[in-house]
Ligand binder design. Structure first.
Ligand code: 5GP
Ligand code: ZN
Length: 113
């Protein structure tokens, strides 16, 4: 466990202390819409375990998170999308609780461009 646990915004989202637009929830994972979406439907999948970086996350949480990301990608119906996971500031991680982005990539013919 990490010393930031008490102040972690994603732990607070899991506990319902910070509101979020919830998508899929399992025993080990929680997912919700990103507050600053890079595209319509941009979502986050987080383990219900406070690990800052991927290598600190127990395998069972990783195994649970990927099917959740799959479900969201399928539900969004995006032909093109990125699954993104950043570790460390230099690698653009802003929130120190492991999270997987599901980022649809609209095509030029979609409304959003
Ligand atoms: P990172 O750069 O750490 O990989 O991504 C963190 C993501 O968390 C960003 O895309 C940011 O918009 C999102 N985010 C940060 N705070 C909140 C919040 O309070 N609620 C939601 N729904 N998303 C957040
Ligand atoms: Zn946390």
């Amino acid at each position: 466990m990490c010393r930031h646990l008490g102040t972690c915004i994603f732990c607070k989202i899991i506990k319902g202390e910070i509101p979020s637009f919830k998508l899929v929830e399992t025993d080990l994972s929680f997912s919700f819409l990103d507050i600053g979406p890079l595209s319509k439907g941009h979502s986050l999948v987080i383990p219900k375990y406070h690990a800052e970086k991927l290598h600190q996350l127990p395998d069972e949480y990783l195994s649970d998170a990927m099917p959740v990301a799959k479900k969201i990608a399928a539900a969004l119906g995006a032909e093109n999308y990125n699954i993104l996971q950043n570790n460390g500031r230099i690698a653009h991680q802003e929130v120190d609780h492991v999270h997987f982005h599901v980022i649809p990539k609209p095509s030029l013919t979609d409304d959003e461009g």
